[in-house]
Design a protein around this ligand. Structure first.
Ligand code: SF4
Length: 389
């Protein structure tokens, strides 16, 4: 587990200097128990492993990483859909880590979430008007004609026809369904919206519509976004700052131009080398950094730097010691990376050769492990158990 390190918040990009969300050393573990006749073992999926960052009012923080790196679990910890194993989440000056009942419900008025799947996140048996009206009814804020009027205003705000109030979700396209999810998230005028891969299930043309809609709403309503995605081009377009996650930890965090222009962590470099480039000449000159192996198991993560099993620059020190998240070279204090041997500007990582023997750690990430456990005899899916509570 890493030491808590909170990256200084830069004043570049959008947003004010006022911190809205402070995440300190957040840990989320899902216990995994196997019961056999004479033996009982208890282990844990280390989904989020000591993550710290700050998010200031009005800004967008992008969160990227491979599937299974713990981004969505972190989002659910921040929105308190999951309980937190360790660390603290401070929202708007208040510690919300252990809130329950009415106090937690009050916070949820201000922290909302847009989910990845615009098909699965809407109840197909309910009319769109009643889906968007839910937050008002749950919090006892509006009813009757005033409620209908407000729901129709929200539909108009997100570009839906208010006349379609009585339609069912299956009568809308994917993009329109995501707009319904946005309207529902906006209903209670939240301060923070956690967007968990809000466009990855949509066609490219529809993605642009939803991203532009989110940007317009941010400018109009002063919203703060935590924007989770695995598409680095989308994240670059929408974010003021970007955090790169690997196996439950933040590997690098910086203002968007610093991260895309001067990535210090070898993992950030590898991710960026895979981003498609529009200019064919630039694309022809660029060499992709191909990582060996898969993301190791979050049940038994590697010692030291979690990335050492795949890193082209790995040395003995990386196996022994977990690197601190801190500025490298002459970078700004807001640009931090967790690496003992950071990548210098112009360094060619395709030429790098690890000084340790690397095994093909052919295992899978958090999501796959958690999903798979539910189907394994003797195991219960910890996610499903938690969601059921
Ligand atoms: Fe981790 Fe070492 Fe690679 Fe840096 S050089 S990312 S510390 S394995």
């Amino acid at each position: 587990m890493s030491t808590a390190v909170t990256a200084p918040v830069s004043q570049a990009g959008g947003g004010s200097s006022e911190v809205l969300l402070r995440v300190e050393n957040v840990v989320k573990e899902f216990p995994v128990a196997s019961s056999k006749l004479f033996r009982r073992s208890t282990d844990a999926v280390h989904a989020v492993d000591g993550v710290s960052f700050e998010l200031r009012k009005g800004e967008t923080l992008g969160l990227v990483g491979e599937t299974g790196c713990g981004k969505s679990t972190l989002a659910r910890c921040i929105t308190r859909l999951y309980s937190i194993t360790g660390g603290t989440v401070n929202f708007n000056g208040r510690d919300i880590t252990n809130l329950e009942g009415g106090a937690l419900r009050d916070v949820r008025r201000e922290v909302q979430m847009i989910f990845q799947d615009p098909y699965g996140s809407l109840n197909p048996r309910r009319r769109v008007g009643s889906i968007i009206a839910d937050p008002f009814l749950i919090h006892g804020m509006l009813d009757g004609a005033a409620l209908k009027r407000r729901v129709q205003e929200l539909m108009e705000l997100v570009g839906l026809n208010p006349e379609h109030y009585n339609r069912f979700p299956n009568e809308f396209s994917g993009g329109q369904r995501q707009r319904i999810g946005v309207a529902r998230a906006l209903a209670l005028q939240p301060k923070l919206i956690v967007c968990d891969e809000p466009v990855s299930a949509l066609d490219v043309s529809i993605q642009a519509q939803i991203i532009n809609l989110l940007a317009d709403l941010q400018a109009e309503l002063g919203l703060t976004y935590l924007f989770i995605a695995h598409d680095l081009s989308v994240v670059q377009h929408v974010s003021d700052r970007v955090a790169v996650m690997y196996l439950g930890k933040v590997a690098e965090l910086a203002d968007v131009d610093d991260l895309y222009g001067h990535p210090r962590h070898p993992y950030s470099n590898a991710l960026l080398s895979a981003v498609p480039v529009a200019d064919p000449n630039a694309a022809a000159q660029r060499e992709r950094i191909v990582l060996i192996g898969d993301v190791p198991s979050p049940i038994n993560p590697p010692s030291g730097c979690h990335f050492h099993t795949r890193c082209p620059k790995a040395q003995e020190l990386c196996v022994a010691k977990d690197p601190a998240l801190e500025p490298k070279f002459a970078d700004a204090p807001s640009h931090v990376a967790a690496c003992h041997f950071p990548v210098a500007d112009g360094e060619d990582l395709t030429e790098a050769k690890a000084a340790i023997e690397q095994e093909d750690a052919s295992d899978v990430g958090v999501d796959a492990v958690l999903a798979g456990l539910g189907d394994t005899p003797g195991f219960a899916s910890p996610v499903r158990e938690e969601e059921a509570r």
